[in-house]
Design a protein around this ligand. Structure first.
Ligand code: P5A
Length: 439
């Protein structure tokens, strides 16, 4: 993408109403624009990151055997009256009346809707286990939307729903999602710690929140430091086999959010390993058994011809919250430092003298070569001062910068800068491309 043709409304001002660094940086880099309390337009740069995160989550859901579909944002009130949550959900639910005076709502979550899909088609244990997911906008009329996209009212969530014949089977599905989540967050460059958590309005008695540690996090959390060093299960994990060992590796350690915190248990950890910190909840998984299937009559026939309610769990990832969460974890005094896997572009190409014909030609050729190599490139072909180009590239945080200037052209090299380490090297373009591709 040529910057002269792109839409990148970068701003120098630090927005006064943005309390945390990720919100400030998202506004300054023109990633989002606020349209109302907790409601945002995703501008092109921010939208690219959102899509990259969504794609990583999609790949890890698919790897774990979940199947993608798409449910609507607007739901009928009847389903929620059936489950009994229509009144329970209270003021957080945005209620709508259509022209026929029918009660509708903008979905805050989809347990009811997916249970209705399930009961309409699945009648036999033979179709189980089944895990269906989508990535769709949700609306929760949060009392205090804040911190930009971290606590929005409209936000993008990946939500998966598992269906099993037995409680044991449902726990195996829960464990699969537990591992898939660790892999997905790891691919985004994050250490997410699974912690025992409250179930709130979703229900059930088994639940883990996935937390990344950050001073600006909304939740107070407690865990064993040893959990920070555990590697993710890995993309070669056999999801058809038993993954409970990977889960136990973590649940053997103490980790809990404030609501589930037990000071006496925490006290048993050696003092130098006690982590008491703040965290951002980027995912939350639930096992709630037959809560919805009983209320909504979602049953299957067993091999013996018996009719039983299906065992369910639900699994959420805050896709739009992750954009802010990753910035909280990955920034420095000059701006964002994107992990390559979620960066809006992998490399920024800077032409030092776009008016100089030779430099322009070499830079254009480099742009072509980088694209040919399959890389996402943002090509700064503007006529601004080099200083402001460098500052902008640092601010938007692309993992690599390649600078084309007259001196390098004479020597047959480009300058490659790594945004994270700040390290600069001069090398031929082909070698720079290999380095960027290697990540
Ligand atoms: C699980 C999937 C659920 O809704 N039902 C379907 C279950 N869980 S949850 O914990 O309530 O939400 C899942 C994740 O969504 C993100 N999230 C938010 N992101 C931005 N703004 C919000 N207001 C918001 N509320 C929830 C969180 O990452 C949460 O873990």
């Amino acid at each position: 993408m040529r910057l002269t043709r792109y839409f990148l409304p970068v701003s120098k001002d630090v927005p006064a109403d943005a309390a945390i660094v990720s919100h400030q940086l998202m506004l300054r880099t023109g990633m989002v624009r606020q349209n109302g309390a907790g409601i945002y337009t995703w501008l092109p740069l921010g939208f690219r990151v959102l899509q990259k995160i969504e794609q990583i989550v999609r790949e890890e859901m698919n790897r774990a055997g979940a199947i993608e579909l798409l449910m609507p944002t607007i739901q009928q009130a009847e389903l929620w009256q059936e489950s009994g949550r229509y009144d329970d959900y209270g003021k957080e639910m945005l209620r709508i009346t259509d022209r026929h005076e029918r009660e509708m709502l903008f979905g805050p979550t989809n347990e009811e809707l997916i249970t209705d899909v399930f009961r309409s088609y699945v009648k036999s244990y033979k179709a189980l286990p089944l895990n269906l997911y989508h990535t769709q906008w949700k609306f929760r009329d949060e009392i205090r939307p804040r911190f930009g996209v971290m606590r929005g009212r409209e936000f993008l969530m990946k939500d998966a729903y598992s269906f099993d014949l037995t409680e044991e089977g449902a726990r195996a599905s829960y464990n699969q999602m537990f591992c898939a989540y660790l892999n997905a967050f790891d691919r985004m460059g994050l250490t997410a710690i699974p912690m025992q958590a409250d179930t709130g309005p979703i229900g059930g008695d088994l639940s883990h929140e996935f937390i990344i540690l950050a001073d600006t996090g909304e939740s107070a959390v407690f865990c064993d430091k040893a959990m920070l060093d555990l590697p993710a299960p890995g993309l070669d994990l056999d999801f058809d086999g038993d993954v409970s060992g990977e889960v136990a590796k973590r649940t053997d350690f103490y980790a809990a959010t404030e609501e589930k915190h037990d000071e006496a248990e925490f006290g048993k950890i050696p003092t130098d390993r006690q982590v008491s910190a703040r965290g951002i909840e980027v995912g939350h998984i639930f096992f709630f058994g037959t809560k919805y299937s009983k209320a909504m009559n979602a049953t299957v026939q067993t091999a013996d011809g018996e009719t039983v309610p299906v065992q369910m769990g639900s699994y959420g990832i805050g896709v739009s919250r992750l954009v802010g969460g990753i910035i909280e974890a990955c920034h420095d005094e000059n701006g964002i430092v994107w992990p390559q896997s979620v960066a809006p572009f992998e490399v920024g190409l800077i032409s030092m003298r776009p008016k100089d014909e030779t430099v322009a030609k070499v830079a254009d050729d480099a742009y072509e070569a980088l694209q040919q190599a399959g890389l996402d490139v943002l090509y700064d072909d503007t006529e601004e001062r080099p200083g402001s180009k460098f500052n902008r590239m640092d601010l938007i945080g692309l993992p690599w910068q390649i600078v084309i200037g007259p001196r390098g052209i004479e020597n047959g090299v480009v300058e490659l800068k790594n945004r994270k380490s700040g390290e600069k090297t001069e090398l031929p373009l082909a070698e720079a491309i290999e380095k960027v591709k290697a990540g």
